[in-house]
Ligand binder design. Structure first.
Ligand SMILES: O=C(O)CCC(=O)C(=O)O
Length: 271
């Protein structure tokens, strides 16, 4: 697998960025089974005033580039996410997975759009669906950036059979410790691989955190990028999920219906 932690400089146009990243991937991806990119790298997460211009349908220029890379290199490509425009003009933050033949096998529209020092929540429509799909890293689910903070969503992802969760992000450096803590916590809680690919560099004055990483189902950080643009190869064995779960059966012990638990205080009855 190749983590493609790429920069999205403010002075680079979207077509130039797509062309530059395509060349990088054509050079570095051969031999990888899966390539993963960050959230909104082609539009630039913090370029809110350009979202409408840079929005594209699923079959737009970013996905077309991913298809070419998949077909030329034989790697499946997780494109991070794009600003997707649907048929009725709504905009979404949509993660897209292509198989090695360049076919779209999964899309995921970010559910928790972000509103803290961000216009994303104003401009984009939240998604309302999850999907788990076969991939070179086992049963794969996508969930984007801020979604990392919502354990209820992860509970659903995990109970639907995900073995690897890809987290494309544009997570600021100011909260890098939360990124490191939460990516590890989600892997340990659900005994699955977390493949988290963040943006890096500076966008509109915001420093992004980099530190893209792969955490294994026991919580071990297998690899981590630095703060700058970097393409990092990591190999994982999806069979590790079943091994860890059988050795330490947290998932089997999980009680599914927590919502049905009584709210009784459990105090001693009054005499
Ligand atoms: O939760 C955070 O601290 C960062 C979230 C974020 O930047 C995003 O969802 O794009």
């Amino acid at each position: 697998m190749l983590l493609a932690q790429v920069v999205s400089p403010d002075d680079e146009s979207q077509p130039d960025r797509i062309a530059r990243v395509e060349q990088l991937l054509l050079r570095e991806a051969p031999g990888a089974d899966l390539v993963v990119l960050p959230e909104l790298w082609s539009a630039g997460y913090f370029s809110f005033d350009a979202y409408a211009d840079r929005a594209e349908p699923i079959d737009g220029p970013t996905v077309a580039m991913g298809r070419r890379v998949a077909r030329a290199t034989g790697a499946a490509v997780h494109l991070g996410s794009i600003v997707e425009r649907d048929g009725s003009g709504r905009l979404f933050n949509t993660a897209v997975l292509l198989d090695r033949d360049g076919r779209v096998t999964q899309t995921y529209r970010k559910i928790h759009v972000f509103g803290y020092r961000s216009l994303e929540a104003e401009l984009l429509t939240p998604g309302d669906r999850l999907s788990v799909t076969g991939s070179p890293v086992g049963a794969l689910a996508s969930t984007t950036c801020y979604d990392l903070r919502f354990p209820g969503l992860w509970q659903q992802i995990s109970s639907r059979g995900a073995e690897s969760v890809v987290v494309p992000a544009a997570w600021p450096a100011a909260r890098r410790e939360h990124w490191q803590l939460l990516t590890r916590a989600r892997a340990v809680e659900h005994q699955l691989f977390v493949i988290a690919v963040n943006a890096c560099g500076t966008q509109r004055g915001v420093e992004l955190g980099g530190s893209s990483r792969v955490v294994d189902p026991s919580g071990l950080v297998l690899a981590e990028c630095g703060a700058d643009e970097q393409l990092l190869a990591v190999d994982i064995d999806p069979a590790r999920v079943a091994e860890v779960r059988s050795e330490f059966p947290v998932i089997a012990d999980r009680l599914v219906d927590y919502a049905g638990l009584s709210a009784d205080a459990g105090a001693e009855p009054e005499a």
